[in-house]
Structure formats: C-alpha cells, structure tokens
Ligand binder design. Structure first.
Ligand SMILES: Nc1ncnc2c1ncn2[C@@H]1O[C@H](COP(=O)(O)OP(=O)(O)OP(=O)(O)O)[C@@H](O)[C@H]1O
Length: 207
C-alpha cells in the first residue's frame, strides 16, 4: 500500500495563511512515520485530510496511486485505524464499552473473544483487573493502552496514532512498539516523544 501527499495546501480559515503549504510525503508498507511539530502546527489535520474529513485547497492525496474519490476513500478507511490521544469509549465498565468500535460493519469480523483481549492487555502491561473497572476511572495511560489494544486487535494495514506514548513509561512504550510495529503495516504517528521519534523510520517536521 502507498499513501502520497503531493503539494497539499490547506487552511481551515480560507482568508488566513495556510496551515499546510505544499506538504508532500510518500509512505509505503513497513514505514513508521513520526510527525512532530509545535502544538497547532497541523499534525492531527494531516490525519483528518487523509481520512477525507477535510479536503485540500490544492494539491492531491493518493491512496495506491489513485485520488481519494469516494470509492478510494472508502477502501482507505476500511484499511485504517485511528487511535486518538485521549480515547473516549463513554460510560460503563471496560468489559461493556470495549466492543463498541467492533460494532461497525468494517470491524465486526475482527471482534476478539475475551481471552484474546486479556492476553493483549497482558502484552501491554495492563492488569486484568481493568476489565471490570469503569472505563472513565482508568488512568490516562491505561486508557491510552486500551486504545492501542483495540488498534492491535483490529489488525489494520494502516494505523494513525496520536501521541501514542504520551502517557506511558518506557517499559510500556517498548511493549507497544513491539506489538504494533510488524514491519509490514504503515504507521503514521504524531509525537513529541524523543524515545518514539528515535524509533521511527522517518520524521516529518511541521513548523
Ligand atoms: N475543525 C477545525 N476548525 C477550525 N480550526 C481548526 C479545526 N481543527 C483544528 N483547527 C486549528 O488548526 C490548527 C492545527 O490543529 P491540529 O489539531 O492539526 O494541530 P496539532 O499539530 O495536531 O496540535 P497538537 O500538538 O496540540 O495536537 C490549530 O490552530 C487548531 O486550532
């Protein structure tokens, strides 16, 4: 698979200076991309453009060499998981809310049994006890690892990770990298974390 941003300009406020100016990037299977830059530089906006929530003012975004027309966008979305920095699964015990992302048609076939979920939690250093906890009572780092567990279990070819290590200790970071990075899928990550950026195959800096 291949994703290409070619000379993309984008502004939310069309009267203001563009947020992204002539942004170009080519990524392919096995790439682990780190996108860094100050808050507000447009890192998350790149994900929104890729998923078609925003449209470039000029330039093109290609998925497997084809423009993101509705059909191609649908194909891309099917292949993609986005893990936000602060996952919100709503109210309820984790064992109840965990399956919500697996209720969507594109993910239903990936819905894991409880044993698989708990063994993934173990691999990410999450104690089994969190399964019966209220999701909203989990720590930020635990919620983040739940999001990454969901991404792992969905097993998509493209992962968009927002600050994947921001609330994690070094041991957990290592576990997450080992679990998610299989050398085959595309991982696009926003990050301020030198530890994570050091392990990326390519770093993009937004000003
Ligand atoms: N839907 C929107 N409508 C208008 N402006 C927006 C919208 N989303 C983001 N912005 C603005 O665009 C700029 C870039 O936002 P973006 O979330 O892409 O930044 P970021 O680099 O991911 O920041 P952070 O590191 O804080 O997450 C910010 O100034 C933000 O306020």
């Amino acid at each position: 698979m291949e994703i290409t941003f070619s000379n993309v300009d984008f502004a939310y406020d069309k009267a203001a200076k563009p947020l992204l100016k002539k942004f170009s990037l080519k990524v392919k299977d096995g790439d682990l991309i780190g996108i860094k830059g100050p808050s507000g530089a447009g890192k998350t906006t790149l994900f929104r453009l890729l998923l078609g929530f925003e449209i470039p003012d000029s330039g093109t975004i290609l998925f497997n060499d084809k423009p993101l027309e509705p059909f191609q966008l649908q194909l891309l979305r099917k292949e993609t998981t986005w893990v936000p920095q602060d996952l919100d699964l709503g109210e309820g015990k984790l064992s109840e809310v965990f399956y919500f992302p697996f209720t969507f048609a594109a993910n239903r076939s990936k819905s894991p049994d409880e044993m698989k979920v708990l063994s993934t939690f173990e691999a990410l250093g999450l104690p089994k006890s969190v399964w019966q906890e209220e999701f909203t009572n989990l720590s930020t780092g635990q919620r983040q690892r739940v999001g990454l567990a969901i991404a792992y279990l969905m097993d998509k070819n493209i992962m968009l990770l927002d600050e994947p290590t921001s609330a994690l200790d070094e041991a957990s970071k290592e576990k997450i990298r080992n679990l998610l990075f299989d050398g085959k899928r595309i991982i696009l990550s926003t990050s301020h974390d030198p530890w994570w950026l050091d392990r990326c195959s390519k770093i993009i800096e937004l000003k």
